[in-house]
Structures are given as structure tokens and as C-alpha cells.
Design a binder for this molecule. Structure first.
Ligand code: KG4
Ligand code: ZN
Length: 341
């Protein structure tokens, strides 16, 4: 089965073709047009600008895909939420147009589910994913702990009460004018800093639930910067703030994940979403799991599948298409607040 995936939920315009053969999945095409250069000057994603850029770039990517009549494609999968409403609309409408023209089924895909399924795109991961499994979904818009008792069954057991983890990285980068998106930039600066230099708060870390909060941490960084306005050109100081902030954010993510994994007796932990590219998070999670839950496998997506991409959408669509989970394409709408589990 060959599926065309469409991803336009935020600021990446992406198309991919994935072939699913039994337990083997092959990414045949994976095209991503990143809108970062467009949004960089605004210091964040401007929804209307993002939607217009999707409209402009999708035909170019379709051309690059080189499959004008849908030959060999069995179904189309498009993300219909969560995300920016007009951006989602662009992708879903393209999906409908192609479904009509090529006479193929259209599958609606949840963006968060697709981030989790991205872990299956790498062959060596598949044998390590054991159920029950716990996914830590960390992106620019979401921070959630999703429990999977079995494949395809999702239960949200924790989430952020305010900012998402990626959003906190982006906002901290903005405070110091370091650029956009903040995650990769902060993690680079952090490599030259001391994570123990500043003792930032770890909000909710001692609460017994599995919820997160990042806005207090971001505000603490803002106060720190205001208090030390004379040091804002001091590279060592900025590196120390970045390292200490990253340490606080990662500590919280790891502590809550470990506690949830213990309580639900999971056999594997998966990272998912843009922030799962963070080296410090990957390292600290592996260290903590080895120490506290040595029998649990830690699975991370390949770097190219951590951020928004259409391969994860196509694969999620393929899994749904296998179960013949089709809705008439005319009935597929978008839901910016679509949740998982
Ligand atoms: O999953 P994603 O590409 O888009 C959404 O669904 O939101 O996640 C984007 C987020 C941004 O906030 C970005 O700063 C963050 O992921 N990010 C990182 C890293 N790479 C991307 N955060 C921390 N460390 C990174 N290396
Ligand atoms: Zn995403």
C-alpha cells in the first residue's frame, strides 16, 4: 500500500509517499518546505502568512513529487488537526481535491498521533516498541504524556497547563534575541554554558499528577534577564542561562515521564515532536530510565522525523487505511483543537 501524506498544520509545508508492506515501511519521498525564513523576522509563526505560504508551496512540492495522475497511490492522508485552522484547511482541501481527481480514499490524520507514529519510520525502533508504552509528545504547541496500552489506543494522562515545552524554548530565545525557532538555537548555546549556573524553578515537579507547566520557568528567565540587563552582551552569561533553562525544562519532562512510566508499568517510552530532537532531553531520559526503570526501552525518532514532516502523516494514514477507516472525503473537516485520547 502506497500513501501520499500531506502536512500543513503549522509552518512546514510537506508531502511524502510511504509504502507499507507488512511490518515494513519505506519512505519513498519526503519533501519538506520549511517556512522558517518567512516567519523568522516576526520571531514566531504568523498564521495568515503560514496559510498563504502553504498555498504557494504545495503545487511546487506536488510538481517535485512527479506523480501527476496519482499512479501507484492507494490513498491520501492529510492532517486535519490540531494546528492553525487556515493552514490545516489548505492541506485538507488539497487532500480532497486529489481524492476527487484521482478517485482515491482520503484519510484524516491527527498531527499528535503522527508525531508518535514517526517512531515506527525507523526499522531498528520497531522491535523495541513494547506495550504498554508511554509517549512524551513535546512540540511547539503541545506537551503531553500519552499512554498506549496497545497500538492505536491512546489515553492522555498528562499535559501542560500553560505553555508547551517548545514554546518555552522559543520564548526564551526571543528574550535574548537569539533567533527563531528557539529550540535548536538554545540547545547550541547551552553546550557552552553551565547548567548549574542558575537555579531555575521546576514547576509542578513535586506534584503527584502528570501535568506540566512552563510559563513560570519562562517568566523566571525573563526576570533573570531584566535583573542582569548589563550582561546581555556577555556570551558566557547567555550560554549559562540557556544551559540552566534547558536543564530545568528537561528535568521536569524527565521526572514526570519516569513517574508516569512507573505508575503505569510501561515497557517502553517514546519521545515525539520537535523538542524530541533535543540532545540533552534524549541523553537525560536515557540516563534516568537506565537508573530507575532498567527494563524499559527508550525509543526516539530519527532527527529528520522529529519536526513536522509528511512521512509520519503518510504512515499514520497507511495504518488507518489498512483498517479501512475511511470517511467520505466531503465530510472531513478540520479541528484546530483536535486532541488525542
Ligand atoms: O513538532 P514541531 O516541529 O511543530 C509543532 O507541532 O509544534 O515542533 C516545533 C518546536 C519548536 O518550538 C522548536 O523550537 C522545538 O520544536 N525544537 C526544539 C529543538 N528542535 C526543535 N526544542 C528543543 N531542542 C531542540 N533541539
Ligand atoms: Zn508538530
Amino acid at each position: 500500500m502506497k500513501i501520499l501524506g500531506i502536512e500543513t498544520s503549522c509552518d512546514e509545508t510537506a508531502l511524502a509517499v510511504v509504502e507499507a508492506r507488512g511490518q515494513d515501511f519505506f519512505v519513498r519521498k519526503n519533501l519538506v518546505y520549511s517556512q522558517i525564513p518567512i516567519h523568522e523576522k516576526f520571531g514566531g509563526v504568523v498564521p495568515e502568512v503560514a496559510a498563504r505560504a502553504h498555498v504557494e508551496k504545495l503545487p511546487i512540492l506536488l510538481e517535485e513529487l512527479g506523480n501527476k495522475n496519482g499512479k501507484g497511490i492507494d490513498a491520501i492522508a492529510a492532517v486535519n488537526g490540531p494546528g492553525l485552522v487556515t493552514s490545516l484547511r489548505v492541506g485538507v482541501e488539497l487532500g480532497k481535491a486529489l481524492a476527487f481527481l484521482w478517485d482515491k480514499p482520503l484519510v484524516d490524520v491527527n498531527h499528535i498521533e503522527a508525531h508518535i507514529i514517526a517512531n515506527w519510520l525507523t526499522k531498528k525502533n520497531i522491535k523495541l516498541i513494547k506495550f504498554p508504552s508511554l509517549a512524551l509528545v513535546v512540540s511547539g504547541g503541545h506537551t503531553e504524556l500519552i499512554l498506549m496500552k496497545k497500538k492505536g489506543e491512546y489515553k492522555k494522562i498528562g499535559q501542560t497547563l500553560d505553555d508547551a515545552a517548545g514554546e518555552a524554548f522559543d520564548k526564551v530565545a526571543k528574550i535574548f534575541n537569539l533567533g527563531y525557532p528557539g529550540g535548536p538555537i538554545i540547545s547550541e548555546w547551552a553546550k557552552r554554558g553551565n547548567p548549574q549556573a542558575i537555579d531555575f524553578p521546576r514547576p509542578l515537579v513535586n506534584k503527584p499528577n502528570f501535568d506540566f507547566s512552563f510559563s513560570g520557568l519562562k517568566t523566571a528567565v525573563l526576570y533573570e534577564a531584566k535583573k542582569n540587563s548589563t550582561k546581555l552582551n556577555n556570551k558566557k552569561y547567555i550560554a549559562d542561562v540557556c544551559a540552566s533553562f534547558q536543564e530545568a525544562a528537561v528535568d521536569t519532562l524527565v521526572a514526570k515521564t519516569i513517574r508516569a512510566a512507573e505508575k503505569h508499568n510501561v515497557k517502553s517510552i517514546m519521545l515525539a515532536g520537535g523538542v524530541s530532537a533535543n540532545e540533552w532531553l534524549r541523553k537525560e531520559m536515557k540516563i534516568a530510565v537506565k537508573k530507575y526503570l532498567p527494563k524499559v526501552n527508550v525509543i526516539v525518532p530519527e532527527l529528520k522525523y522529529t519536526g513536522d514532516n509528511a512521512a509520519m502523516v503518510a504512515l499514520t494514514g497507511a495504518l488507518k487505511a489498512r483498517e479501512k477507516k475511511f470517511t467520505k472525503f466531503e465530510k472531513i473537516g478540520v479541528d484546530p483543537n483536535l486532541s488525542l485520547g
